[in-house]
Design a protein around this ligand. Structure first.
Ligand code: CMC
Length: 445
């Protein structure tokens, strides 16, 4: 018996079913599975007809070898340390572009013309205020509320102020206005959650300022004194946001796509993405890196002790900011952040003792067999925390900064999923529980 597939039509930049086939032999039946090839020659075996044709499913905990979608947004080659948004290398974008230009690129597929960018920026700027009633929500959070919890709930709450966003089918202009609202309001929500945690009055957005300057203004200005944005800090923030803007089918992007595949609103899907990013194995690692470096300092700066702890299989401890599911050589974002951190610290005359510990930790780990054998290198979060500290961002806001940067990527992933009319995400499982058994009344148990 042979499986039959409808051949995909080849269009520009679309993956094709190549001439190659993979052969699968189950219980003496041979099946031919089509091989799909992407534009960068990466290959996959199309198993979409596997269950209806054979009754079998594939099993891959953590999706280590599973592609969930075809995507034209971000290309990543972990072996060679390549990261490109819509074909443009991350190094070029980080050096030359602005965060909102990169947001346009990710969401709409091409770099904007001058007019397109001006229009995009001006439309976003018009949405920076949040409804005054939402301001009252901040009164209800406990003083020690983690800003990621505040961010996720406030983004979810946005949908209640714009109920039309909950429609299952949306016109393109309705989608665009939700996109603009989200990009504009997330920085106001984030900065206000910080102000409230400190007991300070919130600072309203200033629409004469650019995206990064406005965020810094809302974070650090006080009504009592003049505040001038330091261009070096603003530039560093711009770089950080660009580096975080997308990273293909990672945990939070997949969450956004999965939540959105039920046709939940974009606000709901992004709120789910914020929650997924929060965990220490994903975006929450940047906060954990700083906590780990502080701990090393408090315990007498014994770097070797921390390395030994990370290697000890009897503990769950891992070296935070090290290792990556995809990058097995180097993380190109980490290289750019390291350079940016050096120049910001130099400019600000900041002599961060944690940076010294981080550098030493990196050196020791990179020459240790355990880390070499497992291809564990510093990832984007290893240095981003040091840079955030230098620009005055408090530790528990680090993951919020990651979310601010990742928002355009999440939106692009959601939009691509909806534009391609992808079906609801619904994985299968191999059931390992009890077989059918009869209910036993409580007296007889
Ligand atoms: N410290 C010590 N050992 C590690 C580490 C680490 N940071 N990362 C992986 N390992 C070991 C792991 O114990 C395993 O060893 P063994 O083969 O002996 O069992 C081996 O390396 C492979 O690990 P894995 O868990 O199979 O790798 P993964 O691809 O599933 O996990 C990761 C990737 C990022 C979750 C993991 O490397 C990790 O937990 N790193 C620390 C947290 C961190 O920095 N996260 C931020 C990731 S970058 C931001 C983002 O994009 O989300």
């Amino acid at each position: 018996m042979q499986m039959l597939y409808t051949d995909f039509k080849k269009t520009d930049n679309q993956p094709i079913h190549s001439m190659k086939k993979a052969t699968l032999n189950i219980e003496n039946q041979v099946y031919e599975l089509p091989v799909v090839e992407g534009t960068e020659k990466e290959k996959g075996i199309d198993i979409s007809r596997l269950r209806p044709e054979t009754g079998y499913i594939t099993l891959d905990s953590g999706y280590k070898s599973t592609g969930s979608t075809k995507s034209a947004i971000t290309f990543l080659n972990g072996e060679e340390g390549i990261l490109r948004y819509r074909g443009y290398p991350i190094e070029q974008l980080a050096k030359n572009s602005s965060f909102l230009e990169v947001a346009f690129l990710l969401i709409y597929g091409n770099l904007p013309s001058k007019e397109e960018l001006e229009k995009f920026v001006s439309k976003i700027t018009r949405h920076t205020l949040i409804h005054e009633d939402m301001k009252k929500f901040y009164e209800g959070y406990p003083a020690k509320a983690h800003p990621m919890g505040v961010l996720a709930s406030m983004i979810g709450a946005l949908s209640t102020f714009y109920p039309e966003s909950q429609k299952s089918e949306l016109e393109p202009e309705e989608v665009d206005v939700t996109i603009r609202r989200l990009i504009a309001k997330i920085s106001t929500i984030a900065a206000w959650s910080y102000k409230k945690s400190q007991g300070f009055p919130v600072m309203y957005p200033q629409n004469r300022l650019g995206y990064c300057d406005n965020f810094l203004h809302m974070m650090f200005a006080q009504p009592t004194e003049e505040y001038e944005v330091n261009p070096v800090i603003s530039e560093a923030l711009n770089t950080l946001l660009i580096l975080h803007a997308d990273h293909e089918q990672n945990c939070s992007a997949s969450t956004v796509r999965m939540a959105g595949s039920s046709h939940a609103s974009l606000y709901a899907a992004i709120s789910a993405g914020v929650c997924a990013l929060w965990g220490p194995l994903h975006g929450g690692a940047n906060q954990k890196v700083i906590e780990m470096l502080r701990q090393i300092r408090e315990e007498g700066s014994d770097v070797a002790k921390m390395i030994e702890k990370a290697k000890d299989k009897s503990s769950d401890f891992r070296l935070m900011g090290f290792g990556h599911r995809v990058y097995k050589n180097f993380d190109p974002r980490a290289n750019i952040i390291k350079a940016s951190t050096d120049s910001v610290l130099k400019e600000l005359g900041n002599n961060d003792s944690l940076l010294k510990i981080a550098t030493e930790l990196e050196e020791v780990a990179l020459s240790d067999d355990y880390f070499i054998e497992r291809n564990l290198y510093p990832n984007v979060d290893f240095y981003s925390g040091i840079l955030y500290r230098a620009i005055g961002i408090p530790t528990d806001m680090f993951t919020v900064m990651f979310a601010l940067g990742r928002l355009p990527g999440w939106i692009a992933q959601w939009k691509e999923m909806r534009d391609n009319r992808e079906p609801i995400s619904r994985p299968r499982q191999i059931y390992t529980g009890e077989n059918a058994r009869d209910y036993v009344s409580i007296e007889k148990r």
